[in-house]
Design a protein around this ligand. Sequence first.
Ligand code: CU
Length: 355
Amino acid sequence: MWLMGYRIQSKYVVVMAFLFLLVFTGCTPSHHMSTFDTHGPVARSQLVLFYWIFWAAVFVFVTVSIALFYTVLKYRRRSGDPDPPQIHGHTKLEIAWTIIPSIILIVVAVPTVITIFDNANSPEPSALTIEAKGHQWWFEFTYPHPEEPDKKVVTANELHIPVDEVVNVNLESKDVIHSFWIPKIAGKVDMVPNHTNTIWIKADETGEYYGQCAEFCGVAHAKMKFRVIVQTKEQFEAWLKVQALPGLESADPLAVEGRNLFEGDARCWTCHKVEGSKRSRGTTGPNLTHFGSRNHLAAGVIENTQDNLRKWIQDPESIKQGTIMYRDAQVYTDPDKSLTESQVSALVAYLASLD
Ligand SMILES: [Cu+2]
């Protein structure tokens, strides 16, 4: 194949075509992280903005490419050509190439700024407001208590919201900068320590959606995910009522043994909170009051099954590398304190009973 006077080997053409195809497979809307398959007005406004900027960029690319090719071909050097005229400055041309890019920038900037403010300022400031806090490497969600205004309901890694309703989210961070992103519903907005950013979200279909931290925040960043569970208003209210209750006290002897370990020698209580327990008041790790009702563990990384929970307690590194739990909990740092098989079984029974 010939391109502008150069012969290009066809194997390179094939490799390039393949790479292009590979890049475009990223655009499939059926992927659960696709921003091209929107399920709410905020994501939709962001997609509209994306297309607007994309077509502005296509316009620039095509115009510049045509001008470039035209000039290169028409004014290329031919044998016997004398030296071209030597020119310095061209006022009209310079004014034109200052004004045209300014217009293009305005065309891109105005809708961008409007969309940013529209997404940060809720259309219903009095609607349900949730605090979302990023931690290395998981998400904490705090809801207003359904009955007692001075109390809160705290959960982790699974954000439940009612369908077709505006939900305001205040974004915070415990440690470093994280970013809150639910590709099909809304995002991304940074979660910054000591500064609250706001976003509102609304989902127009019930179901489960994927969320992910979108700002590199340390070793386990790629595995800092969450799920958004969009429910009918009745389902959501029922869920919140259950979450507001203290952790269940199971009578199963294995679960009781697990609880004693959790609140005793295994020292899980130093980092985890279980409402209703006098001992377990830690806040370094996720609140586990209703851990058994969550579908995933380790910040949306794997399903919350007894087998996976067992693996997690035995060796968190096998599921998610670099966690604060593995780094600091005594059962992993002190070989004399490691958990035995039967202790792990008891802890699993206790945690699974917390639903
Ligand atoms: Cu991150």
